[in-house]
Design a binder for this molecule. Structure first.
Ligand code: 5CA
Ligand code: ZN
Length: 414
C-alpha cells in the first residue's frame, strides 16, 4: 500500500569529536550495541498499527523514536531501507468492525488514512515499504508452506477448526529476545492474544500461523485450507520478503517484546537458519491515567484530537522527544504547554539576524542522539544555544545552520 508524503532531510556538514556509529539498547543482548553497518544501507523493520482506532500518543511516540533512528543513520551517510506493516486483518479489527457495523476493510482503510495524516503532521519519514497483511497473504502462505516439510508447523487436533500452528519452542535460540522463563512466557502469551490453553496444541507456546475460516470472517483459499494469517507470521513474512534475514533493527514498543518479537524471531530463524535481526529495539510505553495508553482500554489522547484543538504538530513532536525513547511515561496536558513555549523560544532565536556559532550545539545533538538516542539531551543542547542567542551576537549564518540541524536530526521545523 502507499505510505505517506516524503519529508526532505537536509544534509549537514560533519562535526568533530562525535561517535561515528549509532548505538542502541538491544533487548536481546541487554546492553547498548552499535546498530547499522559502517557504510552502505541500514535495514529496519518497525511493527505498524492495527488500524481499528486513531493514532494515540503512544503509537506516535514509538514511530517518532524510530524516525530518529532513521534520521541518525542518514546523518551518518547511510542509506536506510525501512519497512513497516499494517495489521489490516486481525481479531481486534474484526471485532471492532462487527461491534460498530462497519465493513472491516473500510474501518482499516479509514484508520490507516488517519494514521498517514498523523505521521505527516509529525514529520515522520515514511517507510520505503508500507505493507498490509492483506496484500501479503500469498507471502505468508508461501512461508508456512516452506515450514511444512521440516515438521515445524502442524494442524491442531480440532476437527472443526484444524488451524495451523508453529512449534515455537523448537526454534534455535527461542527465548533470546525476552529471556523470560517458560511459566512467565505462558502467562504473558495468555494476556496478549495467545492461546496457551487450547486443547490439541503440542506445546502451550506454539503460535497460530493460519486460522481456518470461521463463519462471517474473511478468508483466503490456499493449500493450507481457507483461512487467514496469524499475527506473528505476518511480520515474519513481510520482513523476510522486503528486508531479507538478519536485518539491522527490529523495532516496536516494549509491549511487543513477548510474545510478538520473540515469536517472529523464532519463525524467521526456523525458516532461514539465520537470525531475524541483529538488534531488537523497543520504545517505552506511554500511559494515561495510570495505565498504558491503549485502544482496547480506551484511555487515549489522540494526535488528531490535539491537532484539532489547535496544537502545533511540532510542539506535539517536541513533547514526545522530551522523553528518552526507552522510558515509560505518563502523558499530561502541561507537557504540550511546555513544548509549545520551548518551540517559541527556539523559533525566536532561529529568526534573529545573527547568532552565536551553532557548531558546538550541533555536535552535542549528534553525540546525544548517536548514544542510544538521548533526545532529551539533544533538546537541552538546542535550549542552551537558544538561551545564548539572547546575550551573544555572532555569525549571520549560525541561525540557519541550527534550523537545518534541528530539522535534519530532530525532524522539528522551526
Ligand atoms: N500491529 C501490531 C504490531 S505488528 C500492533 O501492535 N499494533 S498496535 O496498533 O497495537 O501498536 C502499534 C505500535 O505502537 C506498536 O509498535 C506498539 O508497540 C506501539 N504502542 C502501542 N501502544 C503503545 C503505548 N501506549 N506506548 C508506546 N507505544 C505503543
Ligand atoms: Zn509486528
Amino acid at each position: 500500500m502507499y505510505a505517506w508524503a516524503p519529508v526532505t532531510v537536509p544534509t549537514l556538514p560533519p562535526s568533530v569529536d562525535v561517535p561515528d556509529r549509532l548505538s542502541l539498547f538491544d533487548t536481546g543482548e541487554g546492553t547498548i550495541v552499535p546498530v547499522g553497518p559502517a557504510d552502505g544501507a541500514a535495514r529496519m523493520y518497525v511493527c505498524g498499527i492495527t488500524p481499528y482506532d486513531a493514532t494515540h500518543l503512544g503509537h506516535a511516540n514509538t514511530y517518532v523514536a524510530f524516525d530518529l533512528v532513521n534520521r541518525v543513520w542518514r546523518d551518518l551517510g547511510l542509506e536506510v531501507d525501512y519497512t513497516q506493516n499494517v495489521t489490516d486483518v486481525d481479531d481486534p479489527l474484526l471485532e471492532r468492525a462487527a461491534a460498530t457495523g462497519q465493513e472491516w476493510e473500510e474501518l482499516a482503510e479509514d484508520q490507516t488514512e488517519l494514521f498517514r495524516s498523523d505521521m505527516e503532521d509529525l514529520r515522520v519519514l515514511p517507510p520505503d515499504n508500507y505493507i498490509g497483511a492483506v496484500e501479503s497473504i500469498s507471502c505468508v502462505i508461501k512461508l508456512i508452506e516452506e515450514l511444512v516439510p521440516g515438521g515445524l508447523v502442524y494442524q491442531v487436533d480440532d476437527p472443526d477448526h484444524p488451524d495451523w500452528y508453529f512449534r515455537t519452542p523448537e526454534a534455535p535460540g527461542f527465548g533470546a529476545v525476552s529471556h523470560l522463563d517458560e511459566a512467565r512466557m505462558i502467562d504473558v502469551f495468555r494476556d496478549n492474544g495467545g492461546d496457551p490453553d487450547r486443547p490439541g496444541k503440542k506445546h502451550p507456546l506454539d503460535a497460530l500461523v493460519w486460522r481456518f475460516a470461521r463463519p462471517g470472517e474473511p478468508s483466503w483459499t490456499s493449500s493450507l485450507g481457507a483461512g487467514r494469517p496469524g499475527w506473528h507470521i505476518e511480520c515474519t513474512a513481510i520482513s523476510l520478503r522486503y528486508l531479507g534475514p538478519d536485518f539491522d533493527v527490529q523495532g516496536g514498543g516494549s509491549d511487543l517484546v513477548f510474545p510478538h518479537h520473540e515469536m517472529c524471531a523464532a519463525e524467521a530463524v526456523a525458516a532461514t537458519g539465520q537470525p531475524m535481526a541483529s538488534a531488537f529495539v523497543h520504545s517505552g510505553m506511554v500511559g494515561l491515567h495510570g495505565e498504558k495508553m491503549s485502544k482496547s482500554k480506551g484511555n487515549l489522547e489522540l494526535v488528531s484530537r490535539l491537532r484539532h484543538s489547535g496544537a502545533d504538530p511540532m510542539a506535539i513532536r517536541l513533547a514526545l522527544l522530551d522523553h528518552h525513547y526507552r522510558s515509560d511515561w505518563e502523558w499530561t496536558p502541561d507537557q504540550l504547554d511546555r513544548a509549545t513555549e520551548r518551540l517559541q523560544h527556539w523559533r525566536a532565536a532561529a529568526h534573529r539576524d545573527t547568532a552565536p556559532a551553532a557548531d558546538r550545539a550541533i555536535a552535542e545533538m549528534r553525540r546525544a542522539l548517536r548514544s542510544d538516542l538521548d533526545a532529551p539531551a539533544a533538546l537541552r543542547a538546542v535550549d542552551e544555544w537558544a538561551d545564548s542567542v539572547a546575550v551573544e551576537d555572532g555569525d549571520p549564518e549560525a541561525a540557519l545552520r541550527m534550523v537545518t540541524a534541528v530539522d535534519a536530526l530532530l525532524g522539528i521545523r522551526l
